[in-house]
Design a protein around this ligand. Structure first.
Ligand code: AG3
Length: 292
């Protein structure tokens, strides 16, 4: 019997992955967590039927999420990752020798456990001695903590349900407050093809909150639209790479110093989306609110 996993992006778009094997299926207090072995992309982590990461293409997303802000910072020592319980972002963070402390705050223990067991190549750095794992709500943590970080990375699910608060202005304000002087923040902000409004709103909020704002893109084949956006806010540094000589030690498969700069060169419809004074929009019809 053929087994297919389908992600429903919106009423008119589904993405299908042929499944060889179901390795894990669990329901936590927050969500359904699954690990499938897929024919095309290897093992894949799904949360509530949405693709989080796959063995084959995870490096694109994790390298771009992490190395762009890290290489734009002169010396990142203390780094916070909110979400990202699979450990992929943390793995890239600890490749930077300047990092003394990497803190993962993930709400769902089941994501961490399933990734440790079934996605060892992604989660391996969770065992690094510089890494501290807190199972808890990142929003609450940042509201109340007096800890301060050089780089804060938000590796969230889509802005649906529990993750909605991770895309809200109040949350970004607590992110800014938890940055050390010169600190940099990045959030994954979905595909420009389906979340143009969100990306535009975040641009407005980041411009209010952070002295420097940039949007950059990467191509993630297993995410809807493939073109993926990352919104970066910085207290001081421009967002450009500061020390290209640090690159060689990272052992990247996607990120390069040239690509760092190139990822901020935006197609016209994406430029329009983040213009200070709209008109905003993408060619074609308005897209309905995504699934769920
Ligand atoms: N962060 C999830 C990106 C959102 C994917 N969205 C989608 N497929 N509709 C993933 C966690 C990876 N560490």
């Amino acid at each position: 019997m053929e087994l297919w996993f389908t992600e429903l992006q919106e009423k008119g778009l589904r993405l299908g992955f042929k499944v060889k094997d179901v390795l894990f299926k669990g329901r936590s207090q927050y969500q359904e967590v699954c690990v499938y072995d897929t024919v095309t992309y290897g093992r894949a982590l799904m949360i509530d039927d949405v693709v989080m990461t796959t063995e084959k293409d995870e490096f694109v997303y994790h390298e771009m999420l992490v190395h762009v802000p890290m290489m734009a910072h002169p010396r990142p020592e203390r780094v916070l990752v909110i979400g990202g319980g699979d450990g992929g972002a943390i793995r890239e963070v600890v490749k930077h020798p300047s990092v003394r402390f990497a803190h993962l705050v993930e709400i769902d223990q089941m994501v961490i456990e399933a990734s440790r067991k079934y996605l060892p190549q992604i989660s391996l750095a969770l065992a690094d001695p510089r890494v501290k794992i807190t199972v808890g709500d990142g929003i609450e943590y940042l509201k109340t903590t007096s800890d301060r970080y050089d780089v804060i990375i938000v590796d969230s699910t889509d802005p649906v349900g529990a993750a909605t608060g991770l895309f809200a202005e109040d949350f970004y304000r607590s992110v800014r407050n938890a940055l050390r002087p010169g600190g940099i923040h990045v959030s994954q902000t979905e595909s420009p093809w389906f979340y143009q409004e969100l990306i535009g709103q975040i641009a407005g909020v980041f411009r209010k909150i952070f002295p420097v704002y940039s949007l950059y893109l990467a191509t993630v084949p297993t995410y809807p639209g493939n073109m993926w956006s990352f919104s970066m806010g910085s207290l001081e540094h421009s967002g450009d790479i500061v020390a290209p000589d640090r690159y060689a030690a990272l052992g990247c498969k996607y990120y390069t110093p040239e690509l760092h700069a190139a990822s901020m060169v935006l197609p016209k419809f994406v430029q329009d989306m983040i213009k200070e004074d709209p008109p905003r929009g993408v060619p074609g019809e308005a897209v309905e609110r995504p699934h769920k």
